[in-house]
Every structure is written in C-alpha cells, then in structure tokens.
Design a protein around this ligand. Structure first.
Ligand code: GCB
Length: 645
C-alpha cells in the first residue's frame, strides 16, 4: 500500500506491506519530546502511520527560508573543521539500482544493528575533508573529480527556550541536498551563494547527524554551463554554521542612501516570527539617528529618514555602526553610505566623476591554491589590488565569499559583483532563467548593504541573439526591482568595422545597462602587441565604458624577447601597448586587466607553461609580481595624480 502525503510542497511516500503482522512499537519522538507508542494490527498499521505522520510532520518539518542577513552579527556555532566524507561517483547513496531516489540512502547514516546487518557505507570510518574547502585541492585523487561527495558532521546542541535555530551554508558547489537526522531539509542549486534552513524543531540535544550530498557535475542547462575557463571546485567551499535567533527576529533589511540623494536613507526591514507588527527602531548613534517605524502584519516596514553623513569613498571608507531594534531582537551592522550614478559617459561617486582603476580577481587562494574563503585570503588579494593602485575590483565570474565584500568595504575598494551567466547559457530554457534569477537574488540579498558594491553584473561574453537579450533583460529588471541604487552592467564583446582596425561597441544589451563592460584581447588572441596602436574605439551608446578584460599570459620567471609568447616580456609588451590605446578612448571610465593572480583552469593544459593554469595573472599564485604588474601600477599612479580617489 502506498500513501502519498503532501506537505510543504513535497510529496512523501509511506510504503507499507499488507502482509505486515500486528506489532507494538514505542519510541521517543525527539521533536515533540514525547514517548510515542503505536499499536497496530494488519492493514490498520498503514492508517495509523498516516495519522501519526500527519500529526508529527507539521512540527518536525524543515523549512528553507529566505536568507538571513548579516549572520556574522548573530550568535553562531561554527560547524567548520573536519567532516567525514564518502566519494560517490555513481550516486549509490542516493539512487537505487533502478535509478530511483532511494528511501534508504547514505543520508540515513545507518549503522548495523546486528552482526548480520548489511550496510555498505560508514561515515565514521571514512576519510575526512576540511570545511570550508574545495575537495579538489585537498586530495590528489580528487583534483579532476566531478561528481558527488557526501559530507557528514555530527554535533550536539543545547536548544534554548524561545530561540530558533537555522543552519547556514556560505556556499556549496554545485547542488547540495541537505539532511538532518535522516530528514531532508532541502536542495540548493548554485555554487556561489548562501542558503539556510530552519531546524528549530529537528535538532536534538546530542549526536545530530548533518549530511550533505554535494554534486559538482557540470550540466548543459546549469549556470554556469558545461564550459568555463576556471576550475570546477566542488564541495562545501564556504563556512557552515548554526545561527541562533529569537522567536521573532530581524531577518533582513536594506539600509542605503536613496537613489539620487546624499542625505536621505531609505529601505526596509523585515521580521520573521509570530510577533510581526512590532515597532522597529533604526539607530545610527554616530549620526545621532534614532527613528522608529511600525511593521505591517507581514513583519515588513519601509524606512526613510534624513541623515547628515560622512560618505563612504575609497579615500575615506567610513562605516557606521547601525542597529535595528525590535522588542524581541537587536542586530548590529557596519554600513557605509555613498551614491553611485552615471551622467552621459561619466561615473559619479558621491556626485563626483571617478575613474575605476580596477583589476579582475578569481576566488582563488593565494599560496595554498584552491578556492579562497577566508578573511586572510581576502586581505592578501585586496592588498595586492591596492598595491597595484586599484580603487575597484571586478570579482569574476560569480559571487565571491562574503569576507571579500566585507574587506572591500573596510579597505575602500569598489566592487563589481557578477553571476556565472558565462558564455553559452541555455537562453531558451525557463529553468535556466529561474536558476540564474535565483543566484542573482541570493547575491543581491547577501550584499545589498555593502557600500563597496557599486555594480551588479549580469553576464560575461554572451553571444548575441534574441533569446539571450530577452533572458538578460529579465535579469536586469529583476536586479533593479531588488536594488535600484546600484549600476547594472555586463561584460560584453565588440567587433571590427568591416576590414578596419576600428572596434565597434554596439551590443543591443548596451541599451539596458548603465555601464558598458567590454572584454578585448588585442595583442594576445587578436594580433600582436603593437596592433593596439592602430585600434580606434567607437561606441553606439553615450554611456561609460569599463574595459572589463585585457591581458596576456606568462608564467612568472619565464623570460625571452618581447615578441616571444609566454614570456613576461611579451606580457609586458601587451600591457604597454594596451595602456597607450586605453588612454586614447574618450569614453573610458574604468579598466580591469585580466587578471590579478594566476588561477587553475582545465582549458589550459600547455605543459611546462600552463600546467592547467591560466597564467594571465599580474602576480603568480605564489605571490610573485610579473613585469606587467609594474606597467599597470605606473598607469594607475599616473591616473591617481590629480584624482581624489
Ligand atoms: C575571457 C573570459 C575569461 C577568460 C579569459 C582568458 O574573455 O571572460 O573568463 O579566462 O578570457 O584568459 O581567455
């Protein structure tokens, strides 16, 4: 007999056999802390089971909720460290031998109860991996691995009266199926954004079994799709933590300057819990602000007030202590206030024209390799960007970990943040659009209170076409609905006019963005370095242009003459000609050389030179500065003279 019980949008199957004999079973139900005894006979057993499930499930069910903002401002218990892992290339822990999802997969974390029981896995005797951390760089046999690895963390937790508990993942690449004590909490897709589940009613005092199936297989319909020029690092790549909140708490807020105003703060606060229509007070003590608002029945309050503020800028990255207080909760954040807008081909920061002296960065860890995740990684990478003379970074090609953005906020470095809509997305597939939109939502939700972020970018080097345009327009609309205070961009391509050396920028997407990002490789994929001297640039739109990529490849220490590929001298030559070309572009308002540091890429096999690295870094992955670094540095010094930022 098969019952389908639907709750929380999910169908659960409870299978029973009509041949079952009557039996009496008692067990302690951890969620309701009751002793539950079920006495059944024959077919009645199914019915009783159904009633039991219907009674217990509403209390026990997990909930994937919208992102909790500023988890660092909350009481948290870190689950970072060693996790037990099982490599599962055939997904035997998930599918049965008919390729149906198994009801008895590894997420059950089962143990033999008798010496004859057959269980073919055991987390506790398996190898461990570090979290956060990609799996590829932790074990040699996993370097090229793409597939499933199961992670398990056991933990105890003393539940507090009136408190709620959430489990928060900084990121898992690419799909995560999450289970607590054998019950599925949910699935998250997208490798670079956070997600959380409520586990208040599922957590036990002792020996909780948290299991995550992480699968980084590439898929044609995914975001990103099958090919990228970066390593598909799998695993729990960012922090995992338990987040405690009061029963009704401040779940999210948006507190920034209103578009076009340098005095008026506007935004909203959102509560979660049973006591929603509370008074909400926003305080910025240093600016002598204390303003109260009343949340509506859904726990939502719009806020708006004037403030006399020192504005955030690269010269003075002023952050204010901001607190949001309700009767049941109080959360504190460090928030900077600045405006960013465009006028013709100008970019204006706090009303003043600014040139973005940028550099592209991948989320790759300096020195140790693999995915970067820590504050220390962020400090090194952004420190190098500062040394280069940058006031801006393009965080390619996906949302980076939150430490990068927080550090940029503190250091006064403006940020371009993007989603991995890269190269060849399935533009006509509604699920792909939904996926991209969800990643965009999560990126903006996590970082919309960070002054450093000035640009949300929708895509990188995507091929022209109607389906692509309509897809990207929808993303742009969505981004503007969530946050109309920042600029929208995308890294686009350009083409030569007929057989000339005139580069034309006329991608129809240009109409919908605020700032045009353009990738070009004159001197590397496109001619020899001196070609840049002959290239002229024209643009169809009266908008600012950021040259969002240019560069050339050379391993550190590989020398030769300035026309020999792969040498530091060739790379330097490319940069010298690039810089003189860039100086001739009247509507250029920013430059982002590709890239700050060498990074791993499966597309780069050239032995002895690349060894599966893209070597276009201005700095090697061991921190050695190449000759081209100094070309860019002196260009930025020149630009800095006479500019305030
Ligand atoms: C590009 C891509 C970037 C690549 C780079 C390269 O245009 O946007 O992801 O890594 O070129 O090195 O070819």
């Amino acid at each position: 007999m098969l019952f389908l019980i639907r709750f929380g949008g999910r169908a659960w199957a409870a299978k029973t056999s009509s041949k079952d004999e009557g039996s009496a079973k008692c067990r302690k139900d951890s969620n309701r802390r009751n002793r539950v005894c079920v006495r059944t006979s024959g077919n009645m057993k199914s019915l009783v089971l159904l009633i039991f499930l219907l009674a217990v499930i509403p209390y026990a069910r997990a909930q994937q909720i919208e992102l909790i903002a500023n988890t660092d401002g909350r009481k948290v218990v870190s689950l970072d460290g060693q996790w037990k892992t099982i490599i599962d290339p055939y997904e035997s822990g998930y599918y049965d031998y008919r390729y149906q999802p198994s009801t008895n997969g590894y997420f059950k974390d089962a143990k033999p109860k008798t010496k004859s029981d057959l269980i073919e896995y055991d987390f506790d005797t398996s190898a461990s991996l570090n979290v956060p951390g990609d799996w590829n760089t932790q074990e040699e046999r996993l370097l090229f691995y793409e597939g499933t690895i199961w992670y398990k963390k056991a933990f105890d937790y003393q539940r507090k009266e009136n408190a709620r508990l959430f489990i928060y993942f900084g990121a898992a690449n690419y799909i995560a199926d999450v289970y607590l004590n054998g019950q599925k909490l949910g699935r998250h897709e997208g490798g670079f954004t956070p997600f959380n589940f409520e586990i208040t009613n599922l957590v036990r005092d002792a020996n909780n079994s948290l299991i995550v199936k992480v699968d980084n297989k590439r898929r044609r319909d995914a975001v990103p799709t099958l090919i990228t020029d970066w390593w598909n690092y799998g695993g729990l790549t960012r922090e995992v933590k338990l987040v405690e909140t009061p029963a009704t708490f401040v779940q999210d807020y948006f507190i920034q300057l209103q578009k076009g105003s340098r005095q008026r703060i506007s935004g909203w606060v959102k509560l979660n819990g049973a006591k929603l229509d509370q008074k909400i007070t926003v305080r910025i003590p240093e600016a002598k602000i204390s303003k109260s608002f009343t949340a509506d029945a859904k726990g939502y309050a719009e806020i708006s007030f004037n403030a006399d503020l020192t504005l955030w800028s690269p010269d003075n990255p002023k952050l204010y202590e901001v607190s949001i207080e309700v009767e049941t909760d109080r959360i504190q954040d460090q928030i900077g206030f600045r405006t960013i807008e465009t006028r013709g081909s100008e970019i204006l920061l706090n009303g003043q024209p600014i040139f973005l002296r940028g550099v592209c960065i991948h989320e790759e860890a300096p020195f140790r390799g693999g995915r970067a995740y820590s504050r220390e990684d962020a400090r090194i990478l952004l420190g190098w960007a500062k040394e280069l003379g940058s006031n801006f970074v393009r965080l390619a090609h996906y949302p980076h970990n939150e430490s990068m953005i927080r550090e940029a906020d503190r250091l006064g470095i403006m940020v371009w943040s993007e989603i991995p809509v890269y190269w060849t997305i399935l533009w006509e597939n509604p699920a792909t659009l939904e996926n991209a939109r969800n990643q965009l939502t999560e990126m903006i939700a996590r970082d919309r209170n960070r002054a450093a972020i000035i640009i949300w970018s929708m895509a990188n080097e995507t091929p022209l076409g109607d389906a692509r345009l309509s897809f990207l327009k929808k993303l742009i609309e969505h981004a503007r609905t969530m946050d109309n205070s920042r600029l929208i961009s995308a890294a686009m391509e350009r083409h030569y006019v007929d057989n000339t050396t005139t580069q034309m920028i006329d991608d129809p997407l240009g109409e919908y963005v605020d700032v045009f990002g353009c990738n070009e490789y004159v001197g590397w994929y496109d001619g020899l370095p001196e070609k840049a001297d002959r290239v002229e640039w024209t643009m169809k739109y009266q908008k600012p242009l950021i040259m969002s990529e240019f560069g050339a490849e050379a391993p550190y220490g590989h020398h030769g003459d300035s026309l020999t590929r792969w040498t530091e001298e060739y790379q330097q030559n490319v940069y010298q000609h690039q810089v003189s070309m860039l100086k001739r572009i009247p509507f250029l308002r920013g430059t982002c050389p590709w890239i700050l540091m060498d990074f791993r890429s499966p597309r780069r096999p050239l032995s002895g030179i690349q060894d599966f690295h893209n070597r276009k870094g201005l700095i090697s992955d061991r921190g050695e500065k190449k000759k081209a670094f100094y070309v860019m540095q002196s260009y930025y010094r020149e630009l800095q003279k006479g500019s305030q930022n």
